[in-house]
Design a binder for this molecule. Structure first.
Ligand code: NAP
Length: 458
């Protein structure tokens, strides 16, 4: 292309920023990036998902800051795609649009009682303790002694850790002030963390499970029977399936199972081979979870799956978090695969599900592309792959008329949309860091949008 290529990116989480970095560091072609986010603040799950006691992981935002300082980058926070700007607006004013919206919603278990009061998706609890504007007004009744967390992925581990550790160890973090207060008053003594398959199939990673073994004020309790390996799991581990993480998980938890119940005031009780089948309640509030005991079998595709035995057990619990995965939501004017919760694509090129043809100028990265898997770093090669395809598509394409991203400024103004620029975000960042310092915290977050806008003078 013999002119500047203008790209819009929807979403400012890790996948969006890695795509921006790859675009803005091209040597052969001049590229501009306009990044839109529905929140006034950037960084997606790095700000609203990563647990507050994992501050080191959050320092990855410095890398995104560097991208934001590159020539050709502009941020439009507080602009919601599908409401404030539409796909047609973007197609008119940019050569290409990259969808980087992640997976906003969560998967359901599909069992009776799931929507009783006191039963919630773990994802909204995560948003709540992280001060996400969508969830800051929620309240969770932490007066119950026992909580059940269903699913054994890293989100389930995050939620369990936040509920079970001594809140003192969260005091210096960027946890939302209201969440810290609620956790200080919490009456939770036992958190059950429950997987439907066995220890060798757990989705959490070894670093995260080791952390649970050393939490201040809390013991991780594992029944030795729960970490006894069946023949299929042994076969897979010996064949290297699940990699070093599965092997380490089994080893760490086998050691932990020898320690009994410990002496700390709070307990995390890890259980396997139990599938939730029903949540029961009293007066509309959840009071227990019924589980069916499972055995493992090998499926046609070679994976190890759980199978019900017809034996049941009931766990009384006043609060239940389902942590069975995130799920993407459809966006107006963008193809959507309902089953996977993703944007249908081939290596990041969006595909029309009806014609099976590439949708011209539309691309996707991150969880919206591949589903909610992997850690933050997984998004880097994923975004680079998409950008490569985008650049291939525009190579030698000199015929198209020049686009005018500046028209977006007029359009937003005409629609009364007050967007937040990157320098304005930096101002918010500074205010948050300063007010955190006064309390000995790494940051005191703004958790509602009107407060953010008034702090930058609106
Ligand atoms: P995940 O890793 O996919 O784990 C989902 C868990 O839910 C699995 O244990 C799964 O069991 C279980 N599950 C699914 N359907 C179920 C059902 N109907 N009944 C009972 N259990 C069910 O998802 P996630 O924890 O939401 O994490 C999403 C991604 O973010 C992952 O890649 C994760 O590693 C990453 N993440 C990383 C960190 C970190 O690095 N510290 C923190 C948070 C999240 P099966 O395996 O049997 O399906």
């Amino acid at each position: 292309m013999n002119r500047t290529l203008h790209v819009a990116i929807i979403g400012s989480g890790p996948s969006g920023f890695y795509a921006a970095e790859e675009l803005l560091t091209q040597k052969e072609i001049k590229i501009t990036v306009n990044m839109f986010d529905r929140l006034p603040t950037p960084f997606g799950l790095v700000r609203g998902g990563v647990a507050p006691d994992h501050q080191k992981i959050k320092t990855v935002a410095k890398v995104y800051d560097k991208t934001a300082s590159r020539e050709g980058f502009r941020f439009f926070g507080n602009v919601e795609f599908g409401r404030d700007i539409l796909i047609e607006d973007l197609k008119k004013n940019y050569d290409a649009v990259i969808i980087a919206v992640g997976a906003k919603s969560d998967r359901k278990m599909g069992i009776p009682g799931e929507d009783l009061t006191g039963s919630y998706p773990a994802t909204i609890f995560v948003g709540w303790y992280n001060g996400h504007p969508d969830y800051q007004s929620l309240t969770f009744d932490l007066s119950h002694e026992r909580v059940a967390v269903i699913g054994v992925g890293n989100v389930a581990v995050d939620v369990t850790r936040i509920l079970a550790q001594d809140p003192k160890s969260l005091e210096t973090t960027d946890i939302a002030g209201y969440a810290l207060e609620a956790l200080r008053k919490s009456n939770v003594k036992e958190v059950y963390l429950i997987g439907r398959r066995g220890v060798a199939q757990a989705a959490f990673t070894d670093f995260e499970i080791r952390e649970l073994c050393h939490l201040p004020g809390c013991d991780l309790v594992v029944d030795p029977k729960d970490v006894e390996l069946d023949e299929l799991s042994k076969e897979d581990l010996n064949a290297g399936k699940g990699g070093i993480v599965a092997k380490n998980n089994v080893q760490v938890l086998t050691e932990q199972s020898k320690l009994g119940r410990g002496s700390q005031p709070k307990k995390i009780i890890l259980k396997f081979l139990l599938s939730p089948v029903e949540l029961a309640g009293e007066n509309g509030r959840v009071s227990s979870v019924k589980f069916e005991k499972n055995v493992l079998y090998r499926d046609k595709d070679g994976s190890i799956r759980p199978k019900g035995t017809g034996q049941y057990e009931v766990l009384p619990a006043g609060l239940v978090f389902r942590s069975v995965g995130y799920k993407g939501q459809p966006l107006t004017g963008v193809p959507y695969d309902e089953r996977k919760g993703t944007v249908p694509n081939e290596l990041g090129r969006v595909i029309d599900p009806l014609t099976k043809k590439q949708v011209d100028g539309l691309y996707v990265v991150g969880w919206a592309k591949r589903g909610p898997t992997g850690v933050i770093g997984t998004n880097k090669p994923d975004s680079i792959e998409t950008v490569k395809k985008l650049l291939e598509d525009f190579q030698g394409r000199n015929d198209s008329a020049a686009r005018n991203p500046d028209a977006i400024l007029e359009l937003l103004k005409a629609r009364g949309v007050r967007f937040v620029s990157y320098p304005e975000w930096k101002k918010l960042d500074e205010i948050e860091t300063e007010s955190g310092k006064k309390k000995g915290k790494s940051r005191e977050k703004f958790s509602n949008i009107p407060d953010m806008l008034s702090a930058i003078g609106r």
